[in-house]
Design a protein. Sequence first.
Length: 136
Amino acid sequence: MFTNILIIKPKSGFHSHMIRSYALLLIVVTGITLSACSVHKIDVQQGKVITQQGLEKLHIGMGKRQVQRLMGTPLVVDPFHADRWDFIYRFKAGDTDDQQSAYLTLFFSHDRLSKIDVHEAPPKEAEVKKPTTILR
């Protein structure tokens, strides 16, 4: 039934070496391509962590320096509104869908805290998500 099967044997020498070289190249390229498929996404944290406990320490009438010692430098300082400080905190876990954010605006009058707007409530200290460090 299969009487006319043609078997091709590579010639020894140069042709044999070329086939082995191409096979090795194919294995290396395949390995590099497959290793690039597993992407590790890093955790992204933007801004200083804002907690509920930190927010509770703020009170109307505090001076700008007191607020800065407690909260740190604001993420956004509008040059046209020097009496408005925006504190924004965002955390996004790279390998999961975990997210966390807080956003508040502080208003000053005569260098004293006059108003606190909480746009997104900050988490409690124990609930703050932290970036993971994976050593490989």
